[in-house]
Write a protein that binds this ligand. Structure first.
Ligand code: FEO
Length: 392
């Protein structure tokens, strides 16, 4: 695809990765993704904002054909999906200066072996002029790694935000045209990439709040011509209260745990609590991550295997702990044959969660009437706790 004009002397470059289905060998990409770079031409100097994933380098180099000089490459983030083609750009334009934070410089040297003399590090708030285009660099750590920054183009009021506000979606729309569709993709992205750092990101939101921003140009997904759409969504995801929802990731080997899940879901619904249920054997882990953004309570359902929780329950619990959602309560339900340490194991895996552990319900074999009663009691406790904590 050829460069696409955004405004006078500002172009989208990059590539659409329609077929990619996994990121970091972990994160499902049901809609593919894009790697957005941007070219900004001042009257005196030209800057390239970020690059593309290395397998797409030729596409970026094709888009740069006819550009005789690039004075600066701005690297917002050292992760290779944005930085990985910078060595190719530096090879094509050997006198280019690579602009980054000092932390990103260290990481880019480690990850890509870029020579030290190529760099020009910038301080938080520093500006450089391209001739009629002024770039202001704003440190925004932990969106998504510690070295990240964003760039504000003052005259055009565009924020180039890299991962911050991004969405994993490949589409030919240069701008967001269907906010509902992008909301889901951006929430998935937030849940998987940003949620673990939400306390720091809250400060980054405060930091960019004073800027008049007419457009947010991320490095994944389409550009936001109405920035308040995504900024308000981030405010809600980060600061909004948890909702009256139970997230129920579960795995069942011989249907005993599944019977408990079915009963428990009905018991919660009867008490006015919404449930999102995920069979860990088949679920898209990204869907689970999205649901974790707002949930008031997490209940893990698991069979017992070799004296402990099923490995898929371990995986789901590990993911929930790593993502640090704002849930207030956790519990465990499931079935066992002859014993085991399911509760101790899972409860020991969630040190990042600031939660109260509610009394688990474990059935020996098929659940009995007393187990179903215990599930009713757990549902009652959750409904009551949600009300007491204002979780609606
Ligand atoms: Fe899109 Fe953290 O890289």
């Amino acid at each position: 695809m050829r460069p696409r004009k955004i405004k006078d002397h500002i172009y989208w470059m990059g590539s659409l990765d329609w077929d990619r289905r996994l990121f970091d060998s972990l994160i499902p990409l049901p809609d593919g993704t894009s790697y957005n770079a941007y070219l900004i031409e001042g009257s005196e100097k030209t800057a390239l904002v970020d690059s593309v994933d290395p397998p797409m380098a030729d596409e970026l180099l094709f888009q740069l054909e006819g550009i005789s000089k690039i004075d600066y490459v701005i690297s917002h983030h050292a992760e290779q999906d944005h930085s990985g083609s910078i060595p190719h750009v530096l090879q094509k334009y050997p006198s280019t200066k690579l602009i980054s934070t000092p932390k990103a410089k260290e990481m880019l040297i480690d990850l890509l072996r870029i020579p030290e003399e190529s760099f020009m590090t910038v301080e938080d708030g520093e500006e450089i002029g391209l001739g009629g285009k002024t770039l202001k660099f704003i440190y925004t750590p932990w969106v998504h790694w510690p070295e990240t920054m964003v760039t504000y183009l003052k005259e055009d009021k565009i924020l180039f935000s890299c991962d911050f506000f991004g969405s994993h979606i490949a589409m030919t729309d240069l701008y967001v045209t269907d906010e509902t569709r992008i909301y889901e993709a951006a929430k998935r992205y937030y849940a998987e990439i940003m949620m673990p750092f939400r306390n720091v990101i809250e400060k980054n939101l405060e930091k960019i709040a004073p800027y008049e921003i007419e457009m947010i140009a991320p490095s994944h997904g389409p550009i936001y011509p109405r920035p308040s759409f995504i900024v308000d969504a981030y405010q809600d995801w980060i600061l909004g209260p948890p909702r009256n929802t139970v997230i129920l990731p579960y795995v069942s080997m011989h249907k005993s745990t599944k019977q408990m899940v079915d009963h428990f879901v009905a018991a919660l619904v009867e008490r006015g609590v919404k449930v999102e249920q995920f069979n860990l054997a088949v679920t898209d882990i990204g869907k689970l991550a999205i649901a974790l953004v707002d949930a008031g309570t997490i209940v893990v359902g698991t069979s017992t295997v070799l004296g402990g929780p099923h490995p898929l329950a371990v995986y789901g619990t590990f993911v929930a702990n790593a993502l640090r959602p704002k849930a207030k309560f956790v519990s465990i339900i499931g079935s066992y044959g002859w014993g085991g340490k399911t509760v101790e194991t899972l409860a020991g895996m969630i040190p990042n969660l600031k939660v109260e552990l509610l009394e688990p319900v474990l059935a020996k074999g098929l659940p009995s009437e007393s187990d179903f009663t215990a599930l009713d009691d757990l549902a009652e406790t959750i409904a009551r706790k949600h009300k007491e904590h204002g979780i609606q």
